[in-house]
Ligand binder design. Structure first.
Ligand code: ADP
Ligand code: GN1
Ligand code: MG
Length: 360
């Protein structure tokens, strides 16, 4: 039991007395706790990572307005607003989060009787996650984008991410660059590629939409029957590109290997998984996407895989200050799986294009 989490949980307006507080989930950014009470209610308590999210007030403003908007839509389509999106629990003083000892904390109801997957075992699971994220995209299609605070500026600006990578190589503050010359070269060979989507957005070929921006498998909850239930981890809901939302799911889920698998022979990009994600995503939100967006979905997959691998490498070079790590070289292991997946996507590009054409 985490005593500090219990103390903080008691500052929120909960039904029942807090009886347990245990670390929960596998997120790389926030610290998450499952809070048990002496009644039937369970809650999710999170310490917001304020070195990543520097303005928790504005961040929570986003989450409250997005979830209120979603709840109205969910009610209108006959769904259950208490289970199909996050519900923010207010603190006893009426605020939507708590500042405690310089840190920021928030509480959600726990979405019970649900499943969060860390890897995909079957195409059906991945299809369900695609429907979940595709539906989320559709529900937010008329959300007023200008009211959203940009919680992490330039989050998927791959061109700027490339610049940050070169700066990390140059500074080499923990002396690791000489250990990863192959990975550095891999990134440099793709310097031009890094710019493609950023430039298409700038010149109007791809529209900015309200997107999730962190669509990995463990950010969508499924029912026990493996049907889509709720999209969580709404910190990065901001204006972004639909192809990146598609792509981030593919980079994480279109393989049976974990993101940090060290045996690269197991890191196999599964075209079959790509296909069932494409099918589910396009069934849910294909109608609202432009022809160009659909055409660029495979590039979104390659871009997010490239960008994420490059971010892991950058963090490794910077001494592991951004992503939580559980072991030595963790970020390097993560980087290598991403680059292995990207190589396979590049080889299979034509096949991926024709799969998209089939469902577009
Ligand atoms: P991070 O930003 O660190 O990834 P998340 O918000 O994704 O944090 O939370 C971590 C994990 O906790 C999620 O992957 C999910 O499994 C679980 N989780 C988050 N919110 C809820 C909730 N309201 N109900 C049940 N589980 C949740
Ligand atoms: C982080 O928060 P989490 O674990 O869902 C990261 C994503 C990365 C992902 C890699 C805010 O996601 O951008 O793609 O790790 N989130 C943030 O697993 O940086
Ligand atoms: Mg998460």
């Amino acid at each position: 039991m985490n005593i500090k989490a219990v103390q903080i949980a008691n500052m929120f307006d909960l039904k029942g007395e807090v009886v347990s507080a245990e670390s929960f989930g596998c997120g790389h950014i926030n610290d998450t706790f499952l809070i048990g009470t002496d009644g039937n209610e369970k809650y999710i308590l999170q310490q917001i990572n304020t070195s990543v999210f520097k303005n928790p007030d504005a961040l929570m403003g986003n989450i409250v307005s997005v979830t209120e908007f979603l709840k109205k839509k969910i009610i209108a389509e006959g769904g259950d607003p208490t289970r199909e999106t996050l519900s923010v629990i207010l603190a006893r003083d009426g605020k939507n989060h708590i500042s405690f000892d310089g840190s920021a904390w928030r509480m959600y109801t726990f979405i019970d009787d649900s499943v969060t997957l860390q890897t995909c075992e079957t195409p059906d699971e991945f299809y369900a996650s695609a429907c979940g994220f595709g539906h989320f995209q559709k529900l937010l299609s008329d959300f007023p984008a200008h009211t959203l605070f940009e919680s992490i500026p330039d989050f998927h600006n791959t061109k700027k991410r490339y610049k940050a990578f070169e700066e990390a190589v140059e500074a080499d503050i923990v002396g690791r660059a000489s250990k990863v010359t192959r990975e550095i070269e891999f990134v440099r060979e793709r310097k031009e590629f890094a710019k493609i989507l950023v430039e298409m957005q700038k010149n109007g070929e791809l529209p900015l939409r309200v997107t999730h921006n962190d669509t990995k498998l463990n950010n969508v909850m499924l029912t026990k029957e493996l049907k889509p239930l709720a999209v969580v981890d709404l910190d990065t809901v901001m204006p972004g590109l639909s192809v990146n939302d598609f792509g981030d799911s593919i980079r994480f889920g279109a393989t049976k290997a974990a993101e940090d698998e060290t045996d690269l022979s197991k890191v196999i990009f599964e075209t079959e998984l790509f296909e069932c994600y494409a099918k589910g995503f396009l069934e849910e939100c294909g109608e609202m996407l432009t022809e160009k967006e659909k055409e660029m979905l495979p590039v979104g997959a390659m871009m997010m895989t490239f960008e994420c691998g490059m971010r892991f490498l950058t963090d490794y070079l910077n001494g592991d200050t951004y992503f939580k790590i559980q072991r030595k070289n963790h970020n390097l292991d993560r980087c290598r799986t991403q680059f292995r997946l990207l190589e396979q996507m590049e080889e299979k590009r034509e096949e991926l294009d024709s799969i998209i054409k089939k469902y577009a």
